[in-house]
Design a protein around this ligand. Structure first.
Ligand SMILES: Nc1ncnc2c1ncn2[C@@H]1O[C@H](COP(=O)(O)OP(=O)(O)OP(=O)(O)O)[C@@H](O)[C@H]1O
Length: 205
């Protein structure tokens, strides 16, 4: 599902990801780990189609990460997800649902699974970090993606929501979804993991 070859990302002089060769098979749940600053988020942003590698290549299902076909099969949640600040949670999720051609009720049901349905009418800019994360997760899961890229998805969530997210990931995995995630405290997903991939300090896998 995911393959990178000699993937390198530089920010000026700084090498954030250094010749990473990664392979994640269809249906695998893989933890991307390594110390702070080793390049995990940068690598995920390349796979999300948000950042061009400086050299080397990245492919998802045999295609470049920024193609429409890959967008349709991927869900991505960043640690502090960028959301439409002046929409309510309901409006944001309705927008995501319309984009994917699924009923808004499906999207709102995901929000409710995190116990955040009472925030549906609140402007995104007035939400706490954890509730923002719940809206971001609900939006990313709305179209039941075949690939989930999750950057610190448990960060900011309360204990019950962590358990609910772990359950959602188990359900996704059981349906054949591939998951690549980062988590500094991975105890919630330990049971689900097929493998770990370590990036060293220079962002080399
Ligand atoms: N837009 C940017 N411009 C310049 N340097 C950047 C940029 N984004 C990331 N970096 C640098 O690239 C390196 C990798 O950052 P990245 O956020 O990918 O690490 P990480 O492994 O996700 O860290 P953490 O575990 O703390 O989340 C760091 O040295 C960071 O300072």
């Amino acid at each position: 599902m995911i393959r990178t070859k000699d993937l390198t990302v530089r920010f000026g002089e700084k090498v954030a990801v250094d010749r990473a060769d990664l392979h994640v098979g269809e249906g695998e749940v893989v933890l991307l780990s390594g110390v702070n600053g080793c390049g995990k988020s940068t690598l995920l942003r390349v796979l999300a189609g948000l950042l061009e590698p400086s050299s080397g290549s990245a492919e998802i299902a045999g295609q470049a990460p920024d193609t429409a076909a890959v967008r349709a099969l991927r869900g991505f949640v960043q640690d502090d997800p960028p959301l439409y600040e002046y929409l309510t949670s309901h409006e944001h999720l309705a927008f995501a649902a319309r984009l994917w051609g699924v009923p808004v009720e499906d999207s709102l049901a995901l929000l409710a699974r995190f116990g955040a349905e009472d925030w549906a009418g609140t402007l995104i800019r007035d939400l706490s970090l954890g509730t923002r994360k719940k809206v971001g997760l609900a939006a990313a899961l709305t179209h039941r993606p075949r690939l989930l890229l999750l950057d610190e998805p448990f960060n900011g969530l309360d204990a019950g929501s962590c358990d609910e997210l772990a359950l959602l990931l188990k359900e996704a995995r059981d349906e054949g979804c591939t998951v690549l995630l980062t988590a500094h405290e991975p105890q919630h997903v330990e049971q689900l993991l097929d493998r770990r991939i370590f990036l060293d300090r220079r962002g080399h896998a």
